[in-house]
Ligand binder design. Structure first.
Ligand SMILES: *Cc1c(COP(=O)(O)O)cnc(C)c1O
Length: 456
């Protein structure tokens, strides 16, 4: 291993000197020093200081089958010896890419028979922007180029994907969004004034899509994109009225629906895809993260027959692709990962066993004096930290309640992520009942310490 012959302090000094991190304030990082994660097994990560931490976030929502899976390492090793890399350009293909495409077709909803491979979720969404606009050009509607998304959505970090996303701090830097992308409000009931019932609020926020379409002109609107459950935005679970109304509106105006499955794909909600959980029939499903459980970088786009048939029939060459589209080693690892999920019945396990169990335990945290709401679906959950529960009073932003709680969580031995004052989790699918209990116990410790600090 690379990590054997340097001390933690040496790693940190070199890191500060040479390594620019994603989504990081480097001045702050250099004062605090980075945490060196040097090993992992099952649902635990180990840091260079000897800490054993329960990974409540599956890395970044991706290590779904847990760490230390020898079968995935073996699949990569075998494929690297056979054919480590070859491209899928110039009328070439390779067995793992074909095998994976066929397997993905089997597990996906019936409107999907084709898949385009990329290296990440961001690249998948960039690909979709080009496919959507090309589709409408080929259909004889070149004016139909606008894609509607939602505030606080996360669709990736490349220029087009960050534009599709609705993160204000991302848009502030470098002149985003690009033209032809519009944002409407998100279905975040707890973040609203709560004057409507959740169901009425769900309908109302879905109808923002219809108002935006009518405002822009239906002949200008190409597609709507949304995560079934918003992840990076804070695990926003929409009221059950929301997605059926979005589907109705897309159908009524002939607009393509993109279900961003980068987090919700491959089982996290107790269904293979989030679209199945919320009951939509998307035209595109971008995926990444969980397709390999993060063991190799790989992404892709499910393209529905409605779109793929037109692209294949009329586009000639679709002038788009990545060096690593259909990367044989990444695809071999993805095949093995999906087989593990099938063999161990992990999707059913989330639906019938660990999902309901963890949800029951997680919702108990709502009784804590710092928690205004606890919510969970599948293995994605959030709690909202509040200064006062009834009536709800949020902390002032300057308090940084979420960050305080996140640091106490690590200290207590569990990774939870802070999104503003929401604490979120998305643990591996293999989490046992005992580990779920441990996660709750450690989260409660973090809440207690946060309470002591913020309300002495
Ligand atoms: C992480 C994420 C992306 C971006 O994926 P990358 O592999 O980081 O480019 C896109 N959409 C959603 C919903 C995500 O959570």
């Amino acid at each position: 291993m690379a990590s054997t012959n340097r001390s933690a302090a040496e790693w940190q000094a070199l890191d500060s000197a040479h390594h620019l991190h994603p989504f990081t304030d480097h001045k702050e990082l250099h004062e605090k020093r980075s945490r060196i994660v040097s090993g992992a097994d099952g649902v635990y990560i180990y840091d260079a200081d000897g800490g054993k931490i329960l990974d409540g976030m599956s890395g970044l929502w991706c290590v779904n089958v847990g760490y230390g899976r020898k079968e995935l390492a073996d699949a990569a090793y075998r494929q690297m010896q056979e054919l480590p890399y070859y491209n899928s350009f110039f009328q070439c293909t390779n067995p793992p890419a074909v095998e994976l495409a066929a397997l993905l077709q089997e597990i996906s909803p019936p409107q999907f028979n084709r898949v385009f491979f990329t290296g990440s979720g961001s690249e998948s969404n960039d690909t979709i922007v080009r496919m959507v606009r090309t589709y409408w050009d080929l259909m004889g509607h070149p004016g139909r180029h606008t894609i509607i998304s939602r505030r606080n959505a996360y669709h990736g970090s490349t220029v087009a994907a960050a534009s599709l996303g609705g993160m204000a701090p991302m848009h502030k830097q470098a002149g985003l969004p690009i033209p032809g992308i519009e944002h409407i409000e998100q279905p975040y009931w707890f973040g609203s004034d709560r004057s409507l019932s959740p169901e009425a609020f769900g309908l109302e926020t879905a109808r923002a899509l219809e108002r935006k379409i009518l405002d822009l002109g239906a002949d200008k609107v190409a597609a709507f994109i949304g995560e079934p459950i918003q992840g990076a935005g804070g695990v926003i679970i929409p009221p059950s009225s929301y997605w059926p109304e979005i589907q109705r509106i897309c159908d009524e105006y002939g607009i393509l629906l993109i279900s961003d499955e980068v987090i919700t794909g491959f089982g996290r909600l107790g269904t293979w895809f989030g679209a199945e959980h919320v009951g939509t029939r998307p035209d595109f499903m971008p995926f990444a993260k969980g397709v390999t459980s993060g063991y190799m970088p790989l992404g892709g786009v499910f393209v529905s027959d409605r779109v793929a048939d037109v692209l294949i029939d009329k586009a000639g060459e679709f002038a788009h692709g990545y060096t690593y589209s259909g990367h044989p080693t990444a695809c071999a690892v993805a095949i093995e990962n999906l087989k593990v999920i099938q063999r161990e019945g992990l999707v059913e396990r989330i639906r019938d066993d660990i999902g309901p169990y963890l949800k029951t335990r997680w919702l108990e945290l709502a009784a804590h004096p710092l928690v205004g709401e606890a919510r969970m679906v599948g293995l994605m959950g959030a709690i909202e930290l509040v200064r006062n529960e009834e009536p709800v009073e949020r902390f002032d932003k300057s308090v940084g309640a979420g960050t305080v709680c996140r640091d106490y969580a690590i200290e207590s031995g569990v990774v939870m992520r802070a999104v503003g004052d929401s604490m979120i989790i998305a643990p591996p699918f293999t989490l046992s009942h005992d580990e779920a209990d441990e996660l709750i116990e450690r989260a409660r410790m973090a809440l207690d310490k946060t309470l002591d600090t913020l309300k002495p």
